[in-house]
Ligand binder design. Sequence first.
Ligand SMILES: [Zn+2]
Length: 102
Amino acid sequence: MRSPYTLDNPPPDEPPSEVLVPSLWRVQARWWKRHTPALDQRSARHPVCGHCSQSWPCHSWACWDGQLGQAVGGPTAPRSLPEPGPATPVRPIGAVVAAAKS
Ligand SMILES: [Zn+2]
């Protein structure tokens, strides 16, 4: 799972509240940041990782990014099965239309 984080919006050093294992988060976030392109590489057409010098996104970054994505992957606990029903309450369509008009 891709994390919601990007070079312009990197993961925070302190874990978000939904993270189950904060100590693990700090390690993952540190490595995520290490496996990013150097500043002068970020606007390059083919940036390379500042840590392992592979073309970026490098394999390691992708692994850490996936772990961060799982850590913030929503309110469901790990290993729980996805519910088939709607995850969010459905708002009445009329309320949405009224909000859009105001
Ligand atoms: Zn790398």
